[in-house]
Design a protein. Structure first.
Length: 326
């Protein structure tokens, strides 16, 4: 039993399975919003629009989890030399998972993501190819150039969300997730004291690049992507996601400020950053008065919190360093 739990914990560490809840939450938000939107608010040419909700949620859950597994495995495979020096307790350097085993997990996850995307249609498959390619590029090249690496992170999260509906017109929630991911990754980069360091050129380049990505997303979603629809989402409802942004900034600042080390602060920030993506989705749905949809997504967020607590206790039980403390 103990050996099984050790293998389970090692797999969770390798694939960063806890972060998979963020990927699933982002996809579920697109699905729930698209199904509840009026005919004139969202494109209705998605192939799954009339499918039973449990089926489409199951398919997008498989897609979100498999993408997250693939990203985690690829990252650890390419980071093996660095982890041997700075993170020797990671699954591959510690010998709990072989390099070949990690490669198999990554390849199998990639296949599962492609199969799930095929079920959703050709646009989903194209966005899946874009997302997985961006993940590979980030881990091999672009992360070594800070501004390009941060923009690649934005592409990864944006393309991941739009797998469910490439014609999603109310693009603001997607842009919020992209901006959130970029800012969190930038903060983690600084906390981990990676090289090269950020400069003012990095900030300017990232901002300009994000504007370009936003324009591309607006054009891709039907030339009306950034227009605000007051019927579906009145201005005052923006209070919900803005409050969520404020709470995240305040809580993570407090938690990282008193962390035992910059590395632990970075880990905590990354973990909370993933969890908060689902909370943003709940806030958008609440603002649009989509109560049932908000309840469904809120249940997924709660499940993610419980999973995080389980992994924390599992790590403590098998005498691993506590890396999932809330």
């Amino acid at each position: 039993m103990r050996s099984f739990l050790i293998r389970l914990f090692s797999t969770v560490q390798l694939t960063r399975l806890t972060n998979a809840f963020a990927g699933v939450a982002n996809l579920w938000f697109i699905v729930l919003w698209t199904r509840s939107a009026n005919e004139d608010l969202e494109h209705r040419d998605v192939s799954w629009i009339d499918w039973p909700l449990p089926i489409i949620l199951g398919i997008t859950a498989a897609l979100g989890i498999s993408i997250s597994l693939y990203a985690g495995a690829v990252n650890d495979v390419f980071d093996i030399r660095r982890d041997r020096v700075f993170s020797p307790m990671r699954p591959i350097p510690s010998g709990r998972i072989s390099l070949q085993g990690a490669a198999v997990i990554g390849f199998a996850s990639l296949l599962l993501s492609m199969l799930s995307a095929i079920v959703l249609g050709t646009p989903a498959l194209l966005m899946c190819l874009l997302c997985t390619t961006a993940i590979l590029l980030y881990n091999t090249t672009t992360r070594h150039v800070p501004s390009i690496g941060l923009l690649t992170v934005g592409v990864i999260y944006g393309s991941h969300m739009l797998m469910a509906n490439l014609g999603f017109r109310f693009i603001w929630p997607v842009l919020l997730i992209m901006a959130h991911a970029i800012i969190v990754h930038a903060a983690v980069y600084r906390l981990e004291q990676k090289r090269p360091k950020f400069t003012w050129m990095t900030v300017v380049g990232t901002l300009l690049g994000f504007v370009v990505l936003a324009v591309i997303a607006e054009r891709q979603t039907g030339h009306r992507g950034v227009a605000w629809d007051h019927t579906a989402f009145p201005w005052y409802a923006l209070t919900f996601p803005l409050v969520a942004v404020g709470i995240f900034a305040n809580s993570t600042h407090a938690k990282t400020r008193f962390a035992s080390s910059p590395a632990y602060a970075a880990e905590k920030l990354e973990r909370y950053g993933s969890l908060w993506m689902g909370i943003y989705g709940v806030c958008w749905l609440l603002g649009a008065r989509q109560w049932i949809e908000a309840l469904i997504l809120g249940g997924l967020v709660l499940l993610g919190v419980l999973w995080m607590l389980f992994v924390r206790d599992l790590g403590a039980w098998i005498d691993q360093p506590v890396g999932y403390r809330m």
